[in-house]
Write a protein that binds this ligand. Sequence first.
Ligand SMILES: C[S@@+](CC[C@H](N)C(=O)[O-])C[C@H]1O[C@@H](n2cnc3c(N)ncnc32)[C@H](O)[C@@H]1O
Length: 650
Amino acid sequence: MSKTETTTLLERIAWDALDVRVAREQRNREIHSPAISLFRWWARRPHALIGEILEAAAEDGMRVSDPFSGGGTVAIEAAERGMDIYAQDLHPWATLGLATTLDGVDPVALAEAGERWLEALQEDQRALYGAEDGESEVITSFWVRVCTCSKCEQKAYLYPYPLISLASRSKHETHGFFGCNTCGSVTCSGLDVKNRRCSGCGRSLRHRDRPNFKNGIQTCANRRCGHQFAAFSPGHDWQMALVQRLRGTKATIERPKEADLDAAQVDLPEVPEPLRRDIPAGLETRRLRRAGMGRWQDLYPPRQLASMLRASSAIDELGVDRAIAARLRLIICGAAEMAGYASRWDRYYPKAFEATANHRFNLTGFAAETNLLANRGRGTLARRLTHSVKAARWAQGFESKQPQSYSSGQYSRLNRSALQRPSVVHGSSTRQLLPDESVDLVLTDPPYFDDVQYAELGALFLVWAQSSQLISRSVHVDLRSEVVPNASRGADTDRYRSLLSMVMKETKRTLKPDGRMVLTFHNTDGRAWWALARALGRAGFYVSALAVAHAENETDHAKRGRRAFSRDLIIECRSKATATAELVVASEGAGSESRELLAAGRAVAELSAALASGRLKRTWTYKRFGRIYRDRLGSAQSTYIRLGADTKVS
Ligand SMILES: C[S@@+](CC[C@H](N)C(=O)[O-])C[C@H]1O[C@@H](n2cnc3c(N)ncnc32)[C@H](O)[C@@H]1O
């Protein structure tokens, strides 16, 4: 359908074809959108979806805004199309990453400087991870967490399962390594051996997949004691259990030699102040604290930390310009996610997973320290440099100018007419630097309720960015403004609703009278939808159209064993004067997921309109939302969205 034939933007999109593209691209995101490898952010929207919505709205001189810019999908897709973009996020790591993505750096100069940098680090690599013969290097060191029974002082080695790793990545591998949680020894044995015994203490080892401890509770291995105690508590130690060694092109996993144990003991250079800071007591971070990781630097084995600090000081010695140095520093900050005491090892598909995999901080009894200086392997500096150059090459084709970075603290001092070029702003979007009625399209996705604790996870990268002088040490994240429920700071559903309302109101101020706002959203908690309806209604937005679209890689959820949405509801809003009289459903999708998303969307549309027009009091209750949702769902069961009565929300 042509633009002139439709009143809603969502009707201009061929949703079936788009769904196929999104599903394909989500499986290989880095290939289709190289920018996503530049900096870690969570819940990035599919580039194909965002690009298509922008295309549907495209007009000459169009200004697009994203007040929850996060990983920067909207800004990147808009910049690619030469659109004027305003992107704002509460978290400085997110805005730093986005501004760097769009910095227009010369990929050839970056590649050349990067190669010199890695070359300068070769000697350090040999000294830290090389073998004396100079012919092999350790690319992964594995650490088992050791704790002590609080009653009898017997040690316990926290291998999560007896099988800690297959012996290789070969599809036909028949052997594996087995850890003994009584004496700590590692035994190599056939996978199907029955009655396996530890080669160290002779005790029998359990079945390879039977957990050694449950819910973080360890039973003392001293049979006369049998005391049960918290496995992840302070007062622990780490012991090297295995190494992965590279000889030529062949990687093998083996037991560490004396020289490997010695090489891991290094004297740390001075650790920058941000890394010495206490880890704050948040919802996610408290797991780390409880496990005795009190400071950020505690997440790193000393040798890995030393290698990162050395890589950072080597940049100073390169004599490259500021933009290139910033790119290289961003690589180190990105590598920080491979924190060697918080990276999990996948034993059946042997590889290390980053410390914030699955949107949580990892606690593990068997951790993998990646040699970040190695030429090979997941998460290394070399691999990250390749991605960074690729992303720079990709962004060279963008039509947009390089963005200007601001902090929202400049609110009162800023000359608004200076915002004539793409802008990336750090600070709460309850205050935006945009002039009134200056935006044609707001395309955004607010935090999906409490799905991700962005600020807590981002804190790890922030301390690294501050340690590498990419972000001033005085910058802090205003957690009270984060639009995310978080019990550890008393931010409940009402707080989420009220902050979201404030951002929506401010966003409405920036929107031209005939402008549009397109949101993507999904959540399994009815209160999230209720809060969204309230926020839209209070800001005076009317929902004109809905569509269901493919959004996530379903296999990710399956891996996490969760029942979660793999689709988004796309919600197009306008002001009263330009909203359509009837709600348009541009794409219904299929199956129960889509049915529930649409029912929730219809309830949001109805209630926000009633609120915006003053037909409903501001205090309408959550119960009312539930009634309408159930009604719109008809006879179908709600299997994704849970309503549950919540008396606390008003
Ligand atoms: C769902 S994510 C956005 C993801 C993004 N669209 C992408 O594709 O990467 C929501 C974002 O809202 C941000 N946020 C939370 N509270 C905020 C506030 N008060 N002002 C601005 N951004 C906020 C979070 O930091 C997070 O990056």
